[in-house]
Ligand binder design. Sequence first.
Ligand code: AMP
Length: 282
Amino acid sequence: MRIVTKIKTMQNLGLKLRSEGKSVGFVPTMGALHLGHLSLVSKSKKENDITILSVFVNPLQFGANEDFKGYPRPEKKDILLSKQKKVDIIFYPSPEEMYPRRYLTNINVKQIDQPLCGRSRPGHFKGVTTVVGKLLNIVLPERIYLGQKDAQQVVILKKMIKDLNFPVTVKVGKIIREKNGLAISSRNSYLSATQIKEATVLYQSLKKAKQKILEGERNPKKIAASMKSLINLKSSGTIEYIECINAQTLEAVKILKGTILIALAVKFGRARLIDNITVRIP
Ligand code: AMP
């Protein structure tokens, strides 16, 4: 496995791989690698000649009061896991390499960055689209692998790629969960044993909501209210949002129909957990 820290080196490698006709799959991450990230690596390895993984804790996507400084950075473990997974190249730039002095440019996808996480994390998605736009220009992959865990991020990045004509195909991996149902996340390391037990209610509430919809419930407010009661009953988490919205446009709906995304964000101490489930209404 090759470790690359410089943009120019990475871009030259990307150009060389393209000219050789090799297909490149790219998995962007913020590190603290876990089975969710590694499932995307496996998917990429199946579909491409070369798999490139990036590890970059992107300062641009953290708000002033968020966990940028405390975000886990287990560098040695990440490199070891990537080697074990047979990643071909790991791109590991420094913040100064990505954002040198007088860096002035951003990518902003409007409207769909406003609901859900956009409400409590202003500027977050602008940070995400900017860094992923840069990474696509640096790595030059044929396919990019994203996790459905960050459902709004997937919708926004797909839109950016379409609107700005990035020559890359988006592949989405399913949400990888612990045995108890908790969606795996680098931020789960902030949780105490009690909080982990309590947080399992999040997926339970999503599954119950899906079942209710499949049984005929069509009122999004009723679904959200029953999820809220269950989460409040079974945990000490603070609900930030629970919403049932159009899965493609992220627009609110009065009556549930088509493909619906049920998404939630709940805070347990300093861990802000997000999870979601998709329901196709026949
Ligand atoms: P992050 O390091 O949190 O920025 O995540 C990097 C990529 O891994 C994103 O595309 C995430 O959606 C994806 N990812 C994170 N957790 C999971 C999970 N539990 N299952 C599937 N994909 C995930």
